[in-house]
Design a protein around this ligand. Structure first.
Ligand SMILES: C=C(O[C@@H]1C=C(C(=O)O)C=C[C@H]1O)C(=O)O
Length: 357
């Protein structure tokens, strides 16, 4: 077979794919009409997860799980846009890891709002300026983002979904090789996470390390200065057309960040593998046993708690705390409901959503 023959066969398959994709979108359009007439929610993460699981179970390659997910997440995002175009706010700047997270879930077709602070993302969702908001909640190396936890306590928005993405840094530069680099721009945390790489490649030349507020700002500056480089995300390098010289330069390749997708008045349907996030404001936490009894009630009901963080009441003179708690299960599960009922005045439910591994 010649190259031309193979390409002809590929063209035939693409023709069929397009017909099938459009057939799928016609069905999606019908789903959209049904949802509109019943005022149902467009975004159904648990249904998308179910489709992905089904595809992965019957897949026998050569596409791997990651490729199947990337392709289908883009199809879902396009589908949701056909049902109803929905604006997505995310913590910027453009090219940030949150931007990458937002695009991975809402695709290239969605309308995005780039906002400068986590609080402004919450406000956009709260006021309806955006249907969804994407913000970081924790990094597996650096821990929880307290600003997000505090805003979940203060504001009234729900968690529609969680997602986790690997944090990979790139060294992007116009320079031909590391010896020509005199300055490196990045964020403090990125310098810290790439120390091993920097020591190895810049042992002789010791370029100046210039801290800026975001890795995408670093990419922008490096794009204007050929004697410099940026430590940034791949999406940021792409945004400023900055060539990537080295990829995955972080010391710890297990580095992952977890994000929440926020929405106003959002309730998911139950899936097979749900998590629930709540805030607990227990009275008298300075008295012995209050927290222990509360936690015991979860244990007695066979509920696995996956996270508990304590936070101070702002403006409070005493040392009282409220708690950010995550557990396995759905809010309507019998055992979960029972504990929630007992503490109904103390618990603020933030969301139950399909677990993302
Ligand atoms: C089409 C639907 O709406 C959305 C799009 C989906 C899809 O493209 O398959 C799946 C779930 C929803 O997020 C649906 O709910 O079935």
């Amino acid at each position: 077979m010649t190259l031309e023959d193979v390409r002809k066969d590929i063209d035939k398959i693409d023709d069929q794919l397009l017909v099938l994709l459009n057939q799928r979108m016609n069905l999606v359009h019908k789903v959209g009409e049904i949802k509109r007439s019943t005022k149902a929610i467009i975004y159904r993460p648990e249904r998308e997860k179910q489709i992905l699981d089904r595809m992965n179970a019957q897949n026998d390659g050569p596409l791997n799980k990651e490729a199947i997910e990337a392709i289908y997440l883009e199809i879902f995002a396009a589908a949701r846009n056909i049902e109803l175009p929905e604006r997505v706010a995310y913590l910027g700047p453009e090219g940030s890891f949150t931007h990458q997270a937002a695009e991975s879930r809402f695709g290239a077709m969605s309308e995005y709002m780039t906002l400068p602070t986590i609080k402004s993302v919450f406000e956009a969702v709260d006021t309806g300026r955006a249907k969804f908001g994407v913000i970081p909640i924790e990094n597996n190396q650096e821990g929880i983002v307290y600003e997000t936890v505090d805003l979940l306590n203060e504001m009234n928005v729900n968690i529609a979904a969680e997602l986790k993405i690997p944090v990979h840094f790139a060294l992007a530069t116009e320079a031909e090789n590391p010896s020509k680099i005199k300055r490196i721009y990045s964020k403090d945390i990125a310098f810290r996470q790439c120390r091993g790489f920097l020591n190895k490649y810049f042992e002789q030349t010791h370029p100046e390390e210039i801290q800026v507020e975001s890795t995408s700002k670093a990419a922008k500056l490096a794009a204007e200065d050929p004697e410099s480089a940026a430590i940034c995300s791949e999406i940021a390098a792409k945004l400023f057309a900055l060539p990537v010289l080295f990829n995955n330069i972080e010391d710890n390749s297990q580095n992952r960040t977890r994000f929440f997708i926020l929405a106003k008045n959002f309730v998911n349907a139950k899936s097979e593998n749900d998590k629930t996030t709540i805030i607990a404001r227990l009275p008298d936490t300075d008295k012995p046993g209050v927290l222990a009894n509360f936690l015991q009630d979860f244990k007695k009901s066979g509920i696995n708690l996956t996270k508990i963080e304590s936070r101070p009441y702002k403006g409070d003179e005493d040392f009282n705390f409220w708690f950010f708690i995550e557990l396995e299960g759905f809010y309507q599960d019998e055992n979960v409901e029972k504990v929630f009922k007992k503490y109904k005045n103390a618990i603020k439910w933030l969301g139950s959503y399909v677990r993302n591994t």
